[in-house]
Design a protein around this ligand. Sequence first.
Ligand SMILES: Cc1ncc(COP(=O)(O)O)c(C=O)c1O
Length: 477
Amino acid sequence: MEQPATDCSTETRRLIESDFAHLWHPFTAMRRWRGGEPIVIEHGEGFELFDTEGRGYIDGFSSLWCNVHGHRVPEIDNAVRDQLGRIAHATMLGYATVPAIELAARIAGVSPVVEHENAKVFYSDAGATAVELALKMAIGHHYYNGRGERDTFVSLEGAYHGDTTGGVSVGYSEVLHKPFGSMRFRCAKAPAPDVARDRRRDSVDGWPSADGELRDAVRDQALAALECTLDEVGGRCAGVIIEPLMQGAAGMIEHPDGYLQGVERLARERGVLLIVDEVATGFARTGGMFACDVEGVRADIVCMGKGISGGYLPLAATVCSPEIARSFDGEPGEERTLFHGHTYTGNPLACAAGIASFDLIQQRGIVEHANTIGGLMEREIAGGLSDHPHVGDVRRRGVMIGIELVQGRQAWVAFERSARVGRSVCEAITRSGAMVRPLGDVLVLNPAPAMDKATCGRLIRLVVDGINSFDFDHAAR
Ligand SMILES: Cc1ncc(COP(=O)(O)O)c(C=O)c1O
C-alpha cells in the first residue's frame, strides 16, 4: 500500500492510505496525488475549512466556486434540518415537492430570461447536466417547430461547459478532452474576446486594466468573428452558448464591456437562441445576481448550478423562456414531452438549502457586498503586486479574479508548462493558510460572495505575501 509522504497523526495517515487505495479524484493526476501530501478536510466554519490535523485554511475558491455564505450557516443548516424532519427525497416524476415548487418561483422571479415572470425551471444536479438540458431544450424546441435541420451550436474557443458529452461538445478543450473527441457532436467555434491574449501577442505591459481602446477593439473584433461564424453555420444554427462576462475555467478570460450585449444583438438579428451558462457566474459572483444583469441581457435559456444551493448540496437548474417551454407543451398523446430527468431531480434537501440561500442573498444585500469585497481585493492586489516582475495580468469581475503569472512580464513570456509554477505557488499559499487553486499559471481567487471584509483582507494578504515571497527563478528552472 502506498504511504503518505506527510508527517501526520495516525488517524490522518489511515484516511490517506485508504484514499490512496480506493478513491479516484476529479480532474486529478492520481499518480502525482499519491506522491503528494493530501489535505483531508474534516469540518468547516464560516469561511474557513479545517483539516484532520486541526489546521485552518481560508476557503479562497469557495469550494470550487459554489459556496455563497460560508460553511455551517445557521439559516441554511436549519432549513436543511427542518426539511430532513419531513423528507429527504421524493421523486418529481409524477409528483411535486414543497421546496421544489417554492424555489422554482424564486428562481423564475430573478432569472435573466426573456419573459422571466413566466419562465420554467427544470432541475438537475450539476452544472454539466444543466447545460445538457439547455442543449436538448434548444434542439427539441426547433424540432417541434419544424426546424429539425438546426443541429449545430456556436460556442466560444476555450469555453468550459462541464464534462458530460453535450458539455464537452460545446466546450471542447484539447488539454482536457482529447481522448473523447470522437464522442462530440457538431459545434462551431468563435474566438473569445480575450483582451489578455491580444496584450500577450503585442507585448503590452500594464495591468490591472488594459486601456479602453484596446478593450473596445477586442470586443468589436470578437463580435465580427462571431458574426462570420453565425453566417457560416447559417440555418443550421440551433443556438449560441456562452459563459457571460468571465470565462472561468478557460483561465479567467474577462470579456470587455458590451460584448455580451453584442452577442444578444447578433442572436436576435439572426433568430438564433441565446443560451447563457451562468453556472459559474451566477448568484452574486460577477457584479449582479447574474452576469447577464450587468449588461441588461435576457437569454432564451439560462443554466444555473454551483451557488444555487448556497454551495451546500448538488443542485442545478435550466431556466427557459415560456416560448421554449410551449414547444414541449403538446396535447396528451402527442408526446411533445421533454423526456429527460434524473433520479434526484429537484431533491427537496437541496431545494430547501437553495431557498434559504436565496433569501439570505436578498436580505443581506450580498450582490452589493460582493462588489465591495471584489473592489477591496483588486486594490490590495494592485497595492501589493503591481510591480511584481512575474505578475503579467490581473483580471476581475465581481469576486472572480485571475492573477496570471508569467516568466517575463514585459514580453509576456509564459513559464514552461512542465514547470507547473502556478501549482507550486498555490501550494505554498495553501500551506500558509489560504486555499487557492490555479488554472495553469493563472492563480484563481473566487471567494464566497458573502465573505466578510476582515477574512477577505486576510485572504488577500496571504496571496500577495505568498506571491512576493515565492522563488520564481528557482521554480522555473
Ligand atoms: C461555466 C461552467 N459550466 C458548467 C460547469 C460544470 O458544472 P459541474 O461541475 O457542476 O458539472 C462549470 C464548472 O466549473 C462551469 O464553470
